[in-house]
Write a protein that binds this ligand. Structure first.
Ligand code: SF4
Length: 921
């Protein structure tokens, strides 16, 4: 019998302790030097751990945890902006764990790489997939909405019900009564396109998301004529000055925060501007504990210091911005060619040439014949007041935008800025000096400042800082906004799949406006002496913003997938009691039971991130990588692609059975033959599977030419090129992507009316409301004492993972509101008290956490908590309502036109105030 198989006498606990003590004593005997090996006699015989030992079974069990049958590359799509590639390990058909893939190719040897990227939420998704909130079967509501009473249905029954209702709406009330909501195509475009194609071929209204979530920085479309442009995060390392402005990257950009912190080894200084002392503040060289809602005045005060101290980049400002353009001192309108020449153009503008001493047409504007912005043989004046001769022979006084800006900035002297922001004047001065002298400098911008009502003004003021200092369009510089995973890199391929008959044949709708108009939301404030309803009516009447359904009809059906509309909606209790009641069909397609699913009529179970084929991209890096099917969709779930395919087939069958004639959709002169819907939806059978859809996108975009699904399943691939129609910089080998090199290096016009970075907007509403230039406007007044702050959190991505067991264990296990000790003391509140947070809109009841890092005068609840996750009353959106900024309703102004997710009112939620009291529970 070998030693390994010899039976061993059991060791009693007592003899084990004695043996262990003797061993320890032997090992510490004096004279036991390294040379004199102690004799380990006590560890031989029955107790020798190297020989056989009873109870070895558990070791095998432990080792087996780490074995697998196959590994599949996948990722997550919760709008985290991370876009991290993961390996999913599968054993016996069960997804057992995930691991960061860590094989993004390096950009160059000098830049830190993207490996490994991930966060704690992604690291526990396999557990989420099998958790109780997972949807398994189609469900049809049997109780009241939100009551949680359901019956299991077959796919056939559920799809038949939906098809009949949608067709009924189309033929009886119009196709625009069917509304579709899904978000962020970049995070899983095939899933997105599955439903957008369906909306497209059935004439439904497709709702926006990026503006509604207030992730859109409206200052970018206004100033640059783009939706959002930001450098990829590796470019943070190239900066010498990084301003974290309202962006808590340690919590919300977990895979990328290291680039900023490592930049300090590369000579960068970091400034963190945030009312709370948070986990990013601790990495900063300078921390500004700013008063909430005063970021705009700080930016304008710093702009004044930059100009006063001659810290601006004059040649850059003359060539790249509208600062030299001429404006009538009287009407405040730009001087246009139509003013100085009979029959002249409305979209050609002038500067004053200091060499020739007369007004000269600026190159590169929308109406200019010169398709560049080079200054050849001229020297535009930045300051001065001039007389120009008009077409009618009269003369008029004009001045430059820069002159007007200087006048405007005179309102922001240092002492006023210091008093309003609560910051020391000398530190504001040193901030301005560093910004003007450390090149390149960048602002990393987040929701902390973007979620305010005057976000457009604040954005414009921030962009002004980096434009005056010549930092835009340069590696390591610029205004880089990261809120939401908005960048769909292979855009051309995506649009062809999403809206096949061109985007012009699709009913698009800004969701902020849709949700406001079709509910009882009411904003009591006046803007320029008028209620917001006046601006809305004007905007719709002028054709600036679309409003579907037309002619006062109400939406009747609402299909939601890849989103949690109701939970995330500003004023969701107002919507629940109005819009929701008018909808007679709400369908939610989801892999988990979230708030929107709970308040729906039909729930269809979708495949999770690890059970489908798709692609994923982000503005945080320049790579594409896939979702993979680690296993077939669990239970009776299907991929989004297969769900809408099945729905299209069912609708064709129902239309055939009912003998429906084609519906003439007059808006597009489109005869919609629903008996052929499945044929249309699959592109006449060309794109039946999700892998075919992925390959369609990849093949139809410059960025991904030559790639296919198999290649990206092997390894993430860096984009090959950028489509010049959509992008503003090339992809350069060995160089991190940063936008606006086409303009700054190649001197192509900016995508604005004036062809330059446009800080001056001479639209009549901007003139009337005093917003032609970036100005500071205080937060919208509310009568309660504490700002209500609902930022992105560390332990969830919006509402996803909010209900994950592991994530809940990292916090207090339920909704918490954070309050400064002084505010708690004033109210006699103790840590962990149940508190009632309330204002005129509503109330919610949850636990209190007293947090010295919070700013006095503000309370914070990290957003996304589902309504059913532990509130005694209400939820985090019970206190908010929809407020529309009138300046965001304009259109038909050069580059400022409604475009889905590019331009339209944002659903801001920071100008809300509340009070807090002890709750009676
Ligand atoms: S959730 Fe987002 S950030 Fe986290 S690992 Fe997944 S992709 Fe990355």
């Amino acid at each position: 019998m070998s030693d390994e198989t010899k039976p061993i006498k059991p060791v009693s606990r007592r003899s084990f302790i004695q043996t262990a003590a003797m061993t320890a004593a032997a090992l510490t005997l004096p004279g036991c030097s390294r040379k004199q090996k102690p004799e380990l006699t006590t560890l031989t015989g029955d107790f020798d751990p190297l020989r056989s030992y009873p109870y070895r079974g558990w070791e095998d069990f432990y080792r087996k945890i780490w074995t697998w049958d196959k590994v599949v590359r996948s990722t997550h799509s919760a709008n985290c902006t991370g876009s991290c590639s993961w390996k999913v390990y599968v054993r016996n058909g069960v997804m057992v764990r995930e691991e960061q893939a860590a094989d993004y190719p390096r950009i160059n040897e000098d830049l830190p790489d993207y490996n490994p990227r991930g966060c704690q939420k992604g690291g526990c998704f396999t557990e989420y997939v099998y958790s109780p909130q997972r949807l398994r079967y189609p469900l049809i509501r049997t109780g009241e909405r939100g009551e949680g009473k359901w019956r299991r249905a077959t796919w056939d029954e559920a799809l038949t019900l939906i098809s009949e209702k949608l067709l009924d709406n189309i033929y009886n009330y119009g196709p625009d009564t069917n509304s579709y909501f899904s978000v962020i195509p970049a995070m899983s475009p095939v899933s997105f396109c599955a439903g957008s194609r369906f909306a497209h071929y059935t004439g439904g209204v497709f709702l926006s998301f990026y503006d509604w979530y207030c992730d859109l920085p409206p200052g970018e479309p206004l100033t640059w004529g783009v939706q959002t442009e930001a450098c990829e995060c590796a470019d943070w390392f190239n900066a010498k000055y990084i301003i974290l402005w309202g962006s808590n990257i340690s919590q919300t950009r977990i895979p990328d925060a290291h680039f900023a912190y490592e930049a300090r080894y590369n000579g960068a200084k970091i400034v963190c501007i945030s009312p709370d002392y948070n986990s990013s503040s601790i990495h900063a060289d300078l921390y500004f504990r700013i008063n909430p809602g005063t970021d705009g005045i700080l930016a304008l005060g710093v702009a004044k210091l930059l100009i006063d101290d001659n810290l601006i980049d004059v040649p850059y400002v003359k060539e790249q911005t509208d600062m030299p353009l001429l404006v009538f001192t009287g009407t405040k309108r730009f001087l246009r060619e139509s003013d100085v020449k009979a029959g002249g153009k409305q979209d050609v503008f002038y500067f004053w040439d200091s060499k020739q001493q007369h007004a000269v047409a600026a190159p590169g504007s929308m109406g200019s014949d010169q398709k560049h912005i080079k200054l050849e043989g001229v020297d535009p004046a930045l300051t001065g007041v001039f007389q120009v001769q008009l077409a009618d022979g009269k003369t008029a006084e004009v001045t430059t935008v820069f002159e007007l800006l200087k006048k405007e900035l005179a309102d922001y002297p240092l002492d006023k800025v210091a008093a309003q922001t609560g910051l020391p004047a000398h530190e504001i001065q040193s901030f301005a000096h560093d910004l003007g002298t450390r090149k390149p400098a960048m602002i990393i911008h987040g929701a902390g400042t973007n979620h305010w009502f005057h976000n457009d003004l604040t954005n414009r003021a921030f962009i002004l800082l980096v434009a005056l200092t010549g930092n835009v369009g340069k590696n390591g510089g610029g205004f880089n906004h990261y809120v939401g995973q908005e960048r769909i890199w292979p855009e051309q391929g995506f649009f062809k799949l999403a809206f096949p008959e061109t985007r012009k044949k699709q009913r698009f709708q800004n969701t902020t406006l849709w949700s406001y108009v079709h509910s009882t939301n009411h904003d009591p404030h006046l803007y320029g002496g008028k209620p917001i309803d006046w601006y809305i009516q004007e905007s719709v009447k002028n054709g600036w913003m679309p409003l579907w359904p037309k002619d006062g009809r109400k939406p009747r059906a609402f299909i939601v997938w890849r989103a949690n509309y109701l939970n995330q909606a500003k004023g969701n209790e107002i919507l629940e009691s109005s819009l929701w009641k008018d909808l007679d069909l709400i369908v939610d397609i989801n892999y988990r039971m979230d708030t929107t699913a709970l308040y729906s009529d039909v729930v269809l179970p979708a495949a999770s991130y690890y059970e489908k084929v798709d692609i994923n991209s982000t503005d945080c890096h320049s790579y594409i990588h896939p979702f993979g099917k680690a296993c077939e969709p669990l239970f009776e779930s299907k991929t989004d692609w297969d769900i809408f395919h099945a729905l299209a087939e069912k609708m064709s069958q129902v239309a055939t059975a009912k003998g429906l004639k084609p519906y003439h959709d007059a808006a597009f002169d489109w005869n919609r033959d629903f008996t052929q819907l499945a044929q249309d939806w699959t592109g006449k059978g060309a794109i039946k599977t999700d892998e075919e859809a992925v390959n369609f996108i990849l093949a139809n975009a410059d960025e991904t030419k030559g790639m296919d699904y198999k290649l990206i399943q092997e390894q993430p691939q860096r984009f090959k090129a950028t489509d010049p129609e959509s992008w503003n910089s090339p992809i350069e080998p060995g160089v991190a992507y940063t936008p606006f090199k086409f303009q700054v290096v190649d001197k192509k016009p900016w995508r604005t009316l004036v062809g330059r970075q446009q800080f001056y907007i001479d639209h009549p509403w901007y003139i009337d409301l005093g917003e032609t230039l970036p100005v500071y406007k205080e937060p919208v007044p509310e009568k309660y004492p504490l700002y209500w702050n609902t930022p992105h959190g560390r332990w969830s991505i919006h509402s996803t993972w909010r209900d994950h067991r592991a994530m809940l264990r990292l916090q207090r296990g339920g909704p918490i509101v954070y309050m400064h000790p002084d505010d708690a003391r004033k109210r006699g509140l103790q840590d962990n008290d149940w508190v009632r947070i309330h204002n005129e809109v509503g109330a919610c009841v949850c636990r209190l956490q007293i947090l010295p890092g919070e700013k006095a005068g503000r309370v914070t609840m990290y957003h996304g908590w589902e309504k059913f996750l532990g509130f005694q009353q209400g939820g985090w959106q019970s206190l908010t309502y929809i407020k529309i900024n009138p300046t965001q309703l304009i259109g038909k102004y050069g580059h400022v036109n409604f475009r889905l997710n590019y331009w339209g009112p944002t659903g801001n939620n920071r100008d809300i105030k509340v009070d807090v009291e002890k709750a009676k529970v």
